[in-house]
Design a protein around this ligand. Structure first.
Ligand code: GAR
Length: 202
């Protein structure tokens, strides 16, 4: 009986495709969360646009299938996005998580996945969109910054906010020290944000 209940529970987990470009520490946080037997999502696959992204090794270690689509090898964005979309759909993914994926999707792609695509950004959106948000925060002289989990829409670093965490800026902070403290909070809230979305989609 216990094994029947267990398999039923596993079946309702939402299948997640995680897209990365680099280190993949947020990917690791999601992988770790998904080891929890009552976590409502599982990582079905990992896609990177960089063949040397360290996150690919993290995925392989967790026996998660990986795919590399090098955006530079494509003559246009439509075919790049087409291949990503195809792999996600073939694997029956319900949700897409951008985890340090440094590419911008077209409106066509974001509309296809509307309400089912999440991003983590290292600032308290709507402040400091785009590149180097931690540097932007230091240059602006704010005393509090943080990170945001939000749904992805056609506008970059926009879309409905799911969760945020505040991080105080210390007088002695530089970009590296501030980024490291924000990253700790990212790892904490991304898996919570994914669980919220997975439960909503049940
Ligand atoms: C994270 O700080 C993430 O928020 C940021 O890239 C880093 C990836 O780290 N993403 C963006 O800036 C997207 N706008 P990770 O590869 O170790 O997860």
């Amino acid at each position: 009986m216990a094994s029947v209940l267990y398999s039923v529970n596993m079946n309702v987990r939402k299948r997640v495709g995680v897209l990365i470009s680099g280190n993949g520490s947020n990917l690791q946080a999601l992988i770790n969360a998904a080891y929890g037997h009552d976590y409502p999502a599982e990582i079905a696959l990992v896609i990177s646009n960089k063949s040397n992204a360290f996150g690919l090794q993290r995925a392989a270690k967790a026996a998660i299938p990986t795919y590399i689509f090098d955006n530079k090898a494509y003559s246009n964005r439509i075919s790049f996005e087409y291949d990503i979309d195809l792999v996600l759909r073939k694997a029956d993914c319900d949700i897409v998580c951008l985890a340090g994926f440094m590419q911008i999707f077209s409106q066509k792609f974001t509309e296809k996945w509307e309400g089912r695509i999440l991003n983590i950004h290292p600032s308290l959106l709507p402040c400091f969109k785009g590149l180097h948000p931690q540097r932007q925060a230091l240059e602006a002289g704010v005393k509090i910054t943080g990170c945001t989990v939000h749904l992805v829409t056609a506008e970059v670093d926009d879309g409905p906010i799911i969760l945020q965490a505040a991080v105080p800026v210390k007088d002695k902070d530089n970009e590296a020290s501030l980024s490291a403290r924000i990253l700790e909070e990212e790892h904490r809230i991304y898996q919570k944000g994914l669980a919220i979305l997975a439960n909503v989609l049940r």
